[in-house]
Design a protein around this ligand. Structure first.
Ligand SMILES: Cc1ncc(COP(=O)(O)O)c(C=O)c1O
Length: 183
């Protein structure tokens, strides 16, 4: 839903390589050109975080320049449409979202945190800014931020409900939507 609202065919999108299949479906359905951020992986095969150095406009520009699907395109003139990040991986990796917002403010206008497994974070101070948005959190200067959360994963009984949280510079709101699940 977030991508259908935001992304058009041919748009360059920046995507966590360790993403849910619904994000891969989004790439296919919108006809976007993906540039992947690659997480670390240790010798047990466990997927770790994407290094902070990958979240800079310069690092993303280098990836655009190296992307065979974007051959001949001037990387400096590309403005990626959206960044989607898995915010809580299955192994529990979380990012400081304020660091990421700050690093990309003015470069990528729309950030999407896939918080499928993280709807509870806003309710405990332990999580601090390691979730996308909440009460008394600062608003980015120029960005529109989405968090998609699978409430159904935490609250059995509300079936397949998910929600999309939206934070923008002047105002914020939240809306309930349906799940990407086919069943
Ligand atoms: C990381 C991640 N993102 C997205 C989804 C899809 O969420 P939903 O079931 O709310 O459509 C899942 C579901 O398993 C997931 O694990």
């Amino acid at each position: 839903m977030v991508w259908h609202h935001t992304v058009a065919p041919g748009d360059v999108v920046v995507v966590d390589r360790n993403c849910h299949k619904s994000i891969l479906h989004s790439i296919i359905m919108t006809g976007a050109v993906p540039v992947f951020l690659t997480p670390t992986r240790n010798h047990y095969g466990i997927i770790g975080p994407i290094p902070q150095s990958e979240f800079s406009p310069e690092a993303i520009e280098r990836k655009i320049a190296a992307n065979p699907l974007l051959a001949g395109v001037d990387a400096k003139k590309v403005k990626p449409r959206i960044l989607t990040l898995t915010q809580s991986t299955y192994d529990g990796v979380l990012y400081n979202t304020e660091t990421i917002k700050h690093a990309l403010d003015g470069y990528i206008d729309t950030l999407h945190f896939d918080e499928a497994w993280l709807p509870h974070a806003a309710f405990h101070k332990f999580y601090g800014s390691f979730h996308a948005m909440g009460k008394n959190r600062p608003r980015p200067k120029d960005q529109l931020v989405f968090a998609t959360q699978s409430t159904h994963k935490l609250l059995a009984g509300i079936s397949q409900a998910s929600q999309v949280l939206v934070q923008d510079a002047p105002s914020a709101s939240s809306t309930a939507t349906s799940s990407t699940r086919p069943t």
